[in-house]
Design a binder for this molecule. Structure first.
Ligand SMILES: [Zn+2]
Length: 322
């Protein structure tokens, strides 16, 4: 492989993205955008792994190892240089496949009445919204055949997590939302409600669209996102669960406006305690954060589904406090 091809590969795979896809979490922020975290290469108890996103380099003060994304792949997967290149190329290559899959699911959305009925039940009606979020439907039992017909080998589908070991589609009877390099599937039947393809959930949903807004609303779930967007709040983003990953947290830390955290107000308090934790964490980083108090037992989705409207939600935003 030529020097130039190596540089290209490294450019296409930012080290931080690769680290986060392998569950690395930055812990402490340093100057010049650098991060410290636990070292994934040795048994680390205090953060000794330094990561510099602008240089795409890492260095561990504990085990003394460092380098670029290729070096990281070698050490992490314990393979030699050529195998590390293979792994990285394959990792990068799964992205076009996921685009293909997203189009497949979108076509199926309109062929299955039960999928549209489920969207209606959750208050999602606007065609612009379905277009904006590229919402699709996985009926199950037909993705594998279609992709193999297109020439994708079974091993590639398996590796992307689209089929399970027995050869069945991973997503079946699920409303599907494409993420950066994965999918979120919400069951419309009795199966486990939330499922992601293997891999990282990525940064905040739709972040590029909202990061320049002077105020943003942060929600837990994509169905919350959807009803707010539909109600005209286009400054909404979503963390896909009440735990922010390091990249999502960093995005908010670098944000200079007001963050309204509108998490579920569920009976077990998990949404509200997460909202509190996130707000105070952001406040300590100098971010103006406020918690939106939804009526007890509600999340933004149920708030709108049960008759809440734009003005009422606007009032909740105005009443929000740290
Ligand atoms: Zn180390």
């Amino acid at each position: 492989m030529s020097r130039q091809a190596l540089d290209e590969l490294k450019q296409q795979i930012p080290l931080l993205e690769y680290l986060e896809a392998h569950d690395w979490r930055p812990v402490r922020r340093l100057s010049r955008g650098r991060w410290m975290g636990l070292c994934p290469l040795h048994d680390d108890h205090k953060p000794s792994f330094l990561m510099d996103p602008s240089k795409n380099l890492f260095y561990c003060y504990g085990c003394g190892r460092g380098g670029d994304v290729i070096r990281f792949a070698e050490l992490y997967h314990q393979v030699r240089f050529p195998q590390a290149l293979d792994l990285l190329r394959r990792w990068r290559g799964s992205v076009p496949l996921l685009h293909e899959v997203a189009s497949f699911y979108r076509v199926h959305l309109h062929r299955h009445g039960e999928a549209i009925a489920y969207l209606h039940q959750r208050g999602l009606r606007s065609p612009e919204l379905i277009e904006h979020m590229r919402i699709g439907y996985a009926p199950g039992g037909c993705l594998r055949g279609w992709l193999m017909q297109l020439g994708y080998p079974f091993s590639v589908l398996r590796q992307a997590g689209l089929v399970n070991a027995a050869g069945y589609d991973t997503f079946s009877r699920r409303i599907v939302f494409p993420l950066e390099s994965s999918f979120y599937g919400r069951s419309i039947g009795n199966a486990d409600p939330h499922r992601f393809l293997p891999g990282d959930k990525g940064g905040l949903y739709d972040w590029q669209q909202v990061r320049h807004c002077s105020q943003i609303i942060l929600v837990e779930g994509l169905f919350d996102f959807a009803v707010l967007w539909q109600a005209g709040f286009h400054n909404v983003t979503c963390s896909l669960g009440c735990h922010l990953n390091a990249r999502q947290f960093r995005e908010l830390c670098d944000y200079r406006g007001t963050v309204y955290v509108a998490f579920d107000s569920d009976a077990n308090q998990s949404g509200q305690s997460a909202a509190q934790r996130i707000s105070s964490c952001l406040a300590s980083q100098g971010v103006n954060a406020r918690r939106v108090q939804l009526p007890r037992g509600h999340d933004p989705n149920s708030f709108f589904v049960l008759g809440g409207d734009t003005q009422q939600f606007q009032r909740l935003l105005e009443e929000a406090r740290l």
